[in-house]
Each structure stands twice: as C-alpha cells, then as structure tokens.
Ligand binder design. Structure first.
Ligand code: UD1
Ligand code: CA
Length: 453
C-alpha cells in the first residue's frame, strides 16, 4: 500500500500580522511549511500534496521537495474542504497522512508511528493538555472508545471539560476520505466543513478509530502568532544545543547558540556565547569558536580557533588556523594549515597558503598567496577597476610591507619583498624588492607656521 501526505497550508494567519502567508515565517532560518514537508518526507511518501490558498504563489516559490504536488483551495471553507482539494490526485488504495503547515516541529518518528499503525482504520494523533481551550475535544464512550471530535465552538460545557484534544494530524485509507468528505456539512457554529466530523462517520460505519500520541507536546503545537513562533524557535534551538552537547561539544550557554541549518562537529569543540550557524557548517576536532561569531556554509578544520566577532561565509579554514577577532572571511576564502587572519581583515575569493599571515586591517580579494607569506598591516589588493575584477598572485615566503596597494593584475614572486607604503602596479620577480613610493626628502631649517597676531 502506498503512502501519500496532505499538508494543509491555505490559511491566512491574520494574527501573525505579516505580509507573509501564515506558513512561511522562518523557524531556524527555514519556512515553517518546509519543516512540515521535511518531517513528512521522512515517511517516504509517494507524493506530498500541499493545499495552498492565501499567498499560494508565494508559498509555492518558498519551499521545495521532489515529491511536492500543489492543490489550490481558493476559498477557506474548513479543514474537510481543504483535505478534499488535496485528495484529487491521491491514488485510491493509498494511505493518507494529514498534517498542518503551521505545525512545524512534529517529529518524523511520530508520523511514522501513525502510518505504521494505519491499515483499514483511522489513526488520530491526540494530546492531553492542561489548557485545551480552542482545540477540538476527543469524545470517548464509557469503554474509552473514541466516538467523535467536537470543536470548541460546538462543544457542551461537559465536553469542554475534556482535556484530550485533536492535534489535527491523522492517517487513514484514501478510500474512506473519498467516501466521507462529500458527506460533510457546514451546519455548525463556524459554518465550515470540519474534517473532524469524519470521526463520527467512521464510528458509525464500524471503522476502528485508534489514537497515537506524540512523545512531546511541542511536536503538535501550532503557530498562530509570533509569540508561539518564538516559543517553538527556542524549543528547537534548545534541542539543537542539547544534541550538540550530547555529541561532545562544550557550549558556554546552551540558551545562547542558534543553529539555522546543520552543524556537524568533531570532538572537543567549544563554542562561546551568541554564535549563529547557518546552512551547512562543519567544525573539526578541538575547534574553538569565540563569542558573537556568525558562520555560514563553512568548514573549519581541526584545531583552528575563531576568535570573537568573526563572520565566515562560504569559507574553508584549514587545520590549526587562527581567525579574528573581528575578521570577515567572505565566499571563496580557502585557508591552508596554520594560516592567520587577524582583526579587521576581509578576505574574498582568496587562497591563502600554509602558515601565511594577514594580521591587521587588510582587504585581500581575488588573490592567491603561497606559503609563509606575510602581509603587512593595511595592505589592500586593488582587485576591481570599476568594471572588471583582476587577480593578485603572491609567491611563497613573500613579504609585503604595511600600507601597500597591490593593483591587480599583478604578481609578487617567491621571497620577493614589497616596501611599505608602495603602490605596486607591475610584477615583482622572485627575490626582488619592489619599492613604489615617493622618495623622502628632509627640509633643513624648516620653520613651522606661526599663529597670525
Ligand atoms: C483544527 C481542528 C481542531 C484541532 C485544531 C488543532 C477542524 C475542524 N478542527 O481547528 O479539532 O484541535 O485544528 O490545531 O479540523 N486550513 C486550510 N483550509 C481551511 C481551513 C484550515 O488549509 O479551509 C488549514 C490552516 O491553514 C491550518 C489548519 O488547516 O494549517 C488548521 O486550521 P485552523 O483554522 O487552525 O483549525 P482550528 O480551528 O484550529
Ligand atoms: Ca489552529
């Protein structure tokens, strides 16, 4: 039997007070709906049908998965109506798993458990809450068998006492949805076609209604406003932090690290406060990250130290390097072993050889540096003439004096030296000294100007 998922994502989400459709605000840097898609995808469904309505085009552009199929619910007439839109191209003998695009943290294990337990029955995901206000209540008979779901607005005072609620997620055979959804009526307090009314239909027809529960309540929490979004963001980040510590990372403060993507770590990594990791980041054994660093899509090899307030983006840092404080490694920066990048240094599309140093106040872009190069303070590669970018090539053991401008395209040979304060416009051969600056002259008997009386 095949599995297909229907994710409801047509709602507007007025309480988010956002230009974005409800399911798009990011959690850990990724749209909520993408989290819901990724969790559902782990059950290996043949298709994931997403029902969109408000901001449909924007939603379609913001998420991706090879199994995605779109269904449009032009007018939001209730969850039953929404599922009916998604059901269109579902095969008859499929099992259907229904989830919500605004419930981003449900775990794949919880969904898989529902799917595993679904044969010719209906499996409901329920939760027992201290405060069930707003949710549909699970109504059971004296023997404990589920009889129906009653929405908050339709419930009697007695039914409102029930603390077991419908999370909205369920699994059941497509054939039953095909049979029951057309029979729904909107004759209720909200004038909507309630998906939840199919429970009573199942019971009436003798189809078993089974119940599954999530391991944790945050899995089934929905997001209707930014307070709830933030609560789930913190929950998610707490889990990431715990996973990192379990894997052996030392965190200065488990509540002050944000991982927006995937962070892979070696042994004995330590991370100080207020660091943000984005996309795919890899930190090797014994890497130390100082406070306030932002590291995106980068690899830092074993033993390297990233000091405070450094920003790395699409960079590769070799073993035993020291970066920062206040360094900015931009895309295409590749540092070999034991390189040093100091404060207020920006690199971009730069290969820096083993043991080379750019310690202070420099811009090195579109450049290749050999090994053991020393770049003096304030050195700039002038890589852009306003139209084209050009390359700077610096050989092994070269020494570039402070406050040098290297006007690309230009090369500095192996063991060549550049005198401080030079503006280098021509190539310097191996071992030579390049000097390009005004010669100093001293004026004897110079008198300082006097203040006019
Ligand atoms: C629904 C359930 C309720 C459950 C609660 C859990 C029904 C009738 N009620 O109530 O039992 O306790 O979820 O959060 O199912 N949506 C559409 N199109 C629509 C209506 C809704 O796509 O026409 C989507 C929404 O965007 C949302 C989800 O379905 O993602 C749930 O809709 P919502 O209006 O929040 O349902 P509730 O009234 O909270
Ligand atoms: Ca809701």
């Amino acid at each position: 039997m095949s599995l297909e998922v229907i994710i409801l994502a047509a709602g507007q989400g007025t309480r988010m007070r956002s230009k974005l459709p409800k399911v798009l605000p990011p959690l850990a840097g990724k749209p909520m709906l993408q989290h819901a898609i990724d969790a559902a995808a782990q059950t290996a469904p043949a298709a994931i049908h997403v029902v969109v309505g408000h901001g449909a085009e924007q939603v379609k552009d913001a998420v991706a998965h090879p199994a995605l199929q779109w269904a449009l619910q032009a007018e939001q007439k209730g969850t039953g109506h929404a599922v009916a839109q998604g059901l269109g191209s579902v095969t008859d003998d499929a099992t259907v798993l229904i989830t919500y695009g605004d419930v981003p943290l449900v775990r794949a294990e919880t969904l898989q458990n529902m799917v595993d337990r679904c044969a010719d029955n209906l499996v409901l995901l329920t939760a027992t809450l201290d405060n069930p206000t707003g949710y549909g209540r699970i109504i059971r008979d004296v023997s404990g068998a589920v009889q129906a779901i009653v929405e908050q607005k339709d419930a009697s005072p007695e039914q409102l006492m029930v603390r077991e609620v419908n999370t909205g997620m369920m699994a059941l055979p497509a054939k039953y949805l095909r049979e029951w959804l057309p029979k729904l009526s909107a004759n209720n307090a909200q004038g909507e076609y309630y998906l939840t009314d199919i429970i009573a239909m199942a019971v009436a027809q003798g189809v078993a209604v089974d119940v599954a529960q999530p391991a944790a309540l945050w899995e089934v929490e929905g997001v209707n406003n930014r307070l709830q979004l933030n609560a789930l963001e913190r929950q998610y980040q707490r889990l990431q932090a715990e996973a990192l510590m379990t894997e052996g990372a030392s965190l200065a403060d488990a509540d002050r690290i944000d991982v927006r993507g995937r962070l892979r770590i070696g042994q004995d990594v330590s991370i100080d406060v207020n660091c943000v990791f984005e996309g795919e980041v890899e930190l090797g054994d014994d890497v130390e990250i100082g406070p306030n660093c932002v590291i995106s899509n980068s690899r830092v090899a074993a033993g390297s130290v990233i000091r405070a307030n450094s920003v790395l983006e699409d960079a590769v840092v070799g073993e035993g390097c020291t970066i920062g404080p206040f360094a900015r490694l931009r895309p295409g920066t590749v540092l070999a072993k034991a390189a040093r990048i100091g404060n207020f240094v920006e690199t971009k599309n730069a290969q820096v050889g083993e043991g080379s140093k750019i310690n202070h106040l420099s811009y090195v872009g579109d450049a290749t540096l050999g090994s053991n190069v020393n770049i003096g303070a304030g050195t700039i590669t002038c890589n852009y003439d306003g139209v084209n970018k050009s390359l700077t090539d610096i050989g092994d053991n070269a020494f570039v004096g402070s406050n040098t401008s290297l006007v690309a395209p230009v090369s500095v040979g192996d063991t060549a030296t550049v005198a401080a304060g030079s503006t280098i416009t021509g190539n310097i051969a191996d071992g030579e000294l390049g000097v390009a600056r005004g010669r100093q002259r001293n004026i004897r008997g110079w008198k300082r100007p006097q203040k006019r009386s």
